[in-house]
Design a protein around this ligand. Structure first.
Ligand code: 0L1
Length: 254
C-alpha cells in the first residue's frame, strides 16, 4: 500500500502529463504499488478532471482480448472512466498536438437506459442497455515509450484520451460482426468477437468490475466494450471504423 499523499502525488504527475501532452516515466520505476493503489490513483486523477468541471459520461474496458491479457500477464479486464472532455462528435476534429502518441481502436459502444444497481446480485445488465453503436477509442498512454506495468496503465485511467460514437441503433446482438479500422495508411480488420468472445460479455465483465471497485453506472452513460483489433497509431486526416450492420464512425486528426 502507498500512502494517501503518494496517491495524490502520482495522480498529479499523470494529470500534468495529460494536460501538457508530455510523457512521464512509468510510476513503477520509482514506486511499488498494487492494483488497489492503482485504482486509487485513477480515482484521484478523475477527481482532478471533475474539479475542472468535467462530467463523467461513461466507462471503458481494456485488456478484453486474450492476446492483450497474455501480453500483460493478466487474466482480468481493466476499467477506466470517460468524461465529456474526451467526447468527440462523429466526423469532428481531434487536435493531435494535445496528445502524446495517440493510437486508435475500433469498438462497440453500448448506451445505458437506466441506472445499474451494481450491488444487486440479481441485476440484469443487458436489460439496462437500449442502444448500440460503432465507436472509435483514442488511447494515449501518458508513459514514455509505452513502457508501463499493469498497475501503471490502471493508474493512467487505462490510457483513455478521447472517443467518438456513431449513430445509435436499438440494442442488438453484435457477437461476431466484421470490423474495419482505417487511419492514414494503416488498416486493421477483425471481428467484434475479439472482445471477450462477444462484446456482450464485456457488459458482464464490467458489472463484475464495477461491483468490486464500487463504480456506479448511470442512465445515459456509454460503455466502450473494448478493442476489436489491435490499436494503430492515430494518423492525421480521416480515421474511420466500420462495424458490419452497425455503421461507421470517423474522426479527423488535425
Ligand atoms: O483500451 C485498452 O486496451 C486499455 C489499455 C491500453 C494500453 C495502451 O495504452 O496500449
Amino acid at each position: 500500500m502507498i500512502t494517501a499523499d503518494t496517491v495524490e502525488m502520482l495522480a498529479e504527475r499523470l494529470d500534468a502529463a495529460q494536460t501538457a501532452a508530455a510523457d512521464t516515466p512509468s510510476l513503477a520505476d520509482t514506486h511499488e504499488f498494487g492494483i488497489e493503489d492503482a485504482y486509487a490513483i485513477q480515482a484521484a486523477l478523475l477527481a482532478r478532471r471533475r474539479a475542472r468541471g468535467e462530467h463523467l459520461t461513461g466507462v471503458k474496458l481494456g485488456f478484453t482480448s486474450r492476446a492483450k491479457m497474455a501480453q500483460m500477464g493478466v487474466s482480468d479486464v481493466i476499467v477506466g472512466r470517460l468524461t465529456d472532455a474526451m467526447r468527440v462528435a462523429d466526423g469532428a476534429e481531434v487536435d493531435l498536438a494535445r496528445l502524446i502518441h495517440p493510437k486508435v481502436e475500433p469498438e462497440v459502444a453500448y448506451r445505458l437506459c437506466r441506472d445499474v444497481e451494481v450491488a444487486d446480485p440479481t441485476v440484469d445488465i443487458e436489460s439496462c442497455v437500449d442502444a448500440v453503436a460503432p465507436a472509435l477509442e483514442i488511447i494515449d498512454s501518458r508513459y514514455r515509450d509505452f513502457r508501463f506495468t499493469y498497475e501503471d496503465v490502471v493508474a493512467d485511467n487505462t490510457s483513455a484520451a478521447a472517443y467518438a460514437i456513431g449513430a445509435w441503433r436499438p440494442a442488438a446482438q453484435v457477437s461476431n460482426r466484421a470490423v474495419r479500422l482505417l487511419s492514414g495508411t494503416a488498416e486493421a480488420v477483425g471481428s467484434t468477437a475479439a472482445t471477450l468472445g462477444s462484446p456482450v460479455r464485456a457488459l458482464h465483465a464490467l458489472l463484475d468490475m464495477c461491483r468490486r471497485r464500487g463504480i456506479p453506472l448511470r442512465a445515459g452513460q456509454v460503455v466502450l466494450a473494448g478493442a476489436a483489433t489491435a490499436a494503430v497509431p492515430l494518423a492525421p486526416g480521416v480515421t474511420s471504423c466500420e462495424v458490419a450492420g452497425l455503421g461507421t464512425v470517423s474522426v479527423r486528426g488535425v
